[in-house]
Design a protein around this ligand. Structure first.
Ligand SMILES: O=C[C@H](O)[C@H](O)[C@H](O)COP(=O)(O)O
Length: 262
């Protein structure tokens, strides 16, 4: 990737770069998965190399672990870290209460475990991820491969009995084979369009045999750093509302941006 980057990549980049300010020397940091989180990992790697930043990173996927090692971040397991100061991750959707849908990249299980084991979770996202009501993005549900069709039917039938509209759960594919998560499971994508009561839905889904976890993150995220294609960033904090609107100086960050983009 080089040359002129799309506004959406710039938005992801500025959100990641601003969120890197949350990271302090000596921290144990959960490293999210996805294209936005990848910018964060590269920004932190740059600080490790050039500014002597010392952190230990707990990656939320094999992809992130590989990238983190490549850019020079010390990688440890969650069990080695035991508890994290901070997790920074992307999201597929976030609403006004900072509840999320995650798992578009299939990493929701490790992401939820890592975020829940952190003092603070900061989400980084381009402004297109903001929604009034969660659910336009299909909700990923990680299920064990054994009897997955029975689990799929149970999910659909339970939602019918709850009068939930639009409840088709489709098996995520990788080419002509089922997608396999890092934990060896499948993903069912639940097409709802609109999620009325996310907390209740999350609890109901997680009670079903065969379900490992779902991609609703309720009351886990503390702040969202929202990036715009023109370099603006906005920080929305769960306790303080919008705390800052800023514009990253693209002239200053241009080198880093194009280095990282290459
Ligand atoms: O499983 C993937 C993760 O939940 C990602 O954080 C999410 O899908 C957002 O990814 P991206 O930053 O690529 O839009």
């Amino acid at each position: 990737m080089s040359g002129e980057l799309s506004p959406i990549d710039k938005a992801k980049f500025v959100a990641a770069k601003r969120a890197a300010d949350y990271v302090e020397d000596g921290m144990r940091v959960g490293l999210g998965t996805g294209s936005t989180a990848a910018w964060l990992v590269r920004c932190l790697g740059d600080q490790v190399k050039n500014d002597g930043l010392k952190i230990k990173g707990v990656p939320t996927s094999t992809r992130t672990a590989q990238l983190a090692r490549e850019v020079g971040i010390e990688v440890i397991s969650l069990d080695e870290a035991k508890w994290l100061d901070l997790t920074i991750d992307g999201a597929d959707e976030f609403d006004g209460d900072l509840n999320l849908i995650k798992g578009g990249g299939g990493a929701l299980l490790q992401e939820k475990i890592v975020a829940t084991a952190s003092d603070q979770m900061v989400v980084i996202a381009d402004v297109g991820k903001e929604v009034e009501t969660l659910g336009a993005f299909p909700l990923p549900i990680e299920v064990i491969p054994f009897g997955w069709q029975t689990t799929q039917a149970l999910i659909e039938e339970t939602l019918i009995s709850m009068d939930v509209l639009g409840r088709q759960a489709t098996l995520r594919m990788n080419g002509d084979r089922p997608f396999i998560t890092d934990e060896g499971n499948h993903i069912l994508d639940l097409h709802l369009n609109r999620i009325g009561n996310a907390r209740q839905l999350s609890m109901v889904i997680n009670q079903m045999p065969g379900v490992v976890e779902n991609g609703l993150f309720i009351d886990i995220c503390d702040a969202v750093v929202i990036g715009y294609g023109d370099g603006r960033v906005e920080v929305r904090d769960i306790n303080e509302g919008t705390v800052e609107t800023d514009r990253l100086d693209f002239v200053e960050s241009d080198n880093l941006f194009s280095d990282l983009a290459d």
